[in-house]
Design a protein around this ligand. Structure first.
Ligand SMILES: [Zn+2]
Ligand SMILES: [Zn+2]
Length: 508
């Protein structure tokens, strides 16, 4: 939500509807840090090779190369020979107009885009024309030579941003826990300074809090901003156990939606010439390789909370990947987004339920909503990478842990006629076919599960007696397009885990 506008009576911070928001000489030293290139290898668009000899000792060599029009990101990998003879080549960059950075001998690769750049380099527009790699030679012996290779990649519009990390942070199919909605000082997120003043909260506080809560990934979603990506670029190598996903809350007068994935600019001025309809925003998001999640659709709109509910006319829900059904502490009640979401499921759409804390102060303690990680969106993916997490969200391999615990699990599988499906998947079940459902719940001893959907499935065995319980039940399919999902409540009746649907016979 747009925090500064959340001003209706009785809605304070505690409801989740908060009121605000060496000289290390380069000579002889080449640290192979941070391969900036993403993990999907692609042949470089340009390879520059050359040789520096003793004649280049203590001189600079500028190597020109052409950057074509329409490039959104430039990534350079640099290597050279002769290190055994103490040959050293330092590295820098100039664009057609100005100096863009100097990493000397401290980085063998770097990337830069309009929004973000590897530290040492400046983000900004990537003007077409003649750029120059600047090679400094602090030492090359008289008879020595150093052969260099600079591989250069140009990412153009429509090539999805693979992430701030060069490789998956971890591999292996498992559940990964994250928070998909949080604000920093790049929009209306604030916290107390070291002297106790309320200040725009720096991005690292959010990352630190997320790690402390045991999260595996976060999306930082400042309102309509892209300036936080530069901070995330700097943090990513240090937070190598926390996947940082670029996000933004596309904040319009008619609703809010998180865009996950791209760093490129996407219009948000819905209703004006720049984005006459949501389709324009969805088109741009798709081109940029992002997925869109409608935020807090259960909130009111109007003076109580301007633009908070979803009132966008002509929304094509077939293009919406996810809906934030739980915002902060709003799991149940009239402000929850569950009813809005289930109405779209009933209309035949396949849309993933996600959650987000909508945190606006990274220093909030875990028991004070909206603390980071409450709720947690738990995603089943084969590795901890931006591509894998976002793909799994789009597929619906997701459940919500509303209290943000580190260990609760909800696993649902259905099988019929030799086919199997997990949450988010489709299962073919013709009329009369038996469908077997298996539900595995961890961490909710004494609680119970409930079934939702229009399959007609039911079970009389819903109690969860043990901390690790598996329940099975069967029903006969009627052959219609329908959906089935599972929620889990604690002994006190509070909703603790919210499952995504398995879709029976979905209309393609
Ligand atoms: Zn919002
Ligand atoms: Zn928000």
């Amino acid at each position: 939500m747009r925090a500064r506008r959340a001003i209706w009576p009785g809605m304070g911070r505690n409801t989740g509807l908060r009121t605000g928001a060496a000289l290390v000489c380069a000579i002889g030293l080449l640290l192979h840090v941070v391969a900036a290139r993403a993990q999907t290898p692609r042949a470089p668009d340009l390879t520059l090779t050359g040789t520096l000899t003793g004649a280049a000792h203590e001189t600079y060599t500028e190597v020109p190369f052409k950057v074509p029009a329409g490039v959104e990101r430039i990534t350079v990998e640099f290597a050279y020979t002769g290190k055994a003879e103490r040959s050293v080549i330092d590295l820098g960059l100039r664009d057609p107009e100005r100096f863009r950075g100097w990493s000397g001998g401290n980085k063998s690769s770097f990337t830069l885009a309009e929004s973000d750049a590897t530290p040492s380099y400046l983000p900004g527009p990537l003007k077409a024309g003649t750029w120059r790699l600047v090679l400094g030679a602090p030492n090359i012996r008289k008879a020595a030579r150093a052969d260099y290779v600079a591989k250069i990649w140009f990412d153009r519009k429509g090539q999805a941003f693979a992430g701030f990390s060069a490789a998956p942070l971890a591999r292996g199919e498992r559940w990964w826990r994250g928070d998909l909605h949080m604000h920093t000082g790049h929009s209306d997120g604030s916290c107390l300074s070291r002297r106790g003043a309320k200040v725009p909260c720096p991005v690292f506080k959010t990352a630190e809090a997320a790690v402390a809560r045991g999260l595996d990934f976060i999306a930082i979603t400042d309102h309509n901003a892209t300036s936080h990506f530069e901070a995330m670029r700097e943090l990513a190598p240090y937070f190598d156990d926390l996947l940082l996903i670029p996000g933004r809350e596309v904040t319009t007068f008619h609703g809010h939606a998180n865009l996950f994935g791209p760093t490129a600019f996407v219009d948000f001025q819905l209703g004006g010439a720049r984005a006459p309809s949501l389709a324009t925003i969805l088109d741009q998001a798709k081109t940029a390789g992002g997925i869109l999640s409608i935020n807090h659709p259960g909130l009111p709109s109007g003076e109580a909370c301007m633009g908070c509910g979803w009132t966008v006319k002509d929304t094509d829900f077939s293009r919406i990947a996810a809906i934030e059904v739980v915002n902060g502490g709003l799991a149940e009640g009239p402000l929850s987004g569950v009813a809005f979401w289930e109405a779209r499921l009933n209309a035949g759409h396949r849309i993933t339920a996600v959650g987000g804390s909508d945190n606006h102060d990274a220093t909030l303690p875990p028991d004070k909503a909206p603390a980071i990680g409450v709720p947690t969106t738990v995603v089943r993916a084969p590795e901890l990478s931006q591509a894998a997490i976002l793909a799994a969200i789009a597929r619906g391999h997701v459940f919500l842990d509303l209290a943000g615990t580190r260990g609760r699990l909800l696993e649902v599988h259905a099988a019929s006629g030799g086919s199997e499906a997990q949450m988010g998947d489709a299962l073919a079940a013709p009329a009369g076919a038996r469908v077997r459902v298996e539900v595995h719940v961890v961490g909710v001893a004494g609680g119970s599960m409930s079934l939702a959907g229009d399959t007609g499935a039911g079970s009389s065995d819903l109690k969860l007696a043990e901390p690790d319980t598996t329940k099975t039940f069967e029903f006969t399919a009627d052959g219609r397009a329908s959906w089935l999902r599972v929620d889990v409540r604690g002994a006190d009746g509070r909703l603790l885990l919210l499952g995504n649907p398995i879709y029976l016979n979905p209309v393609p």
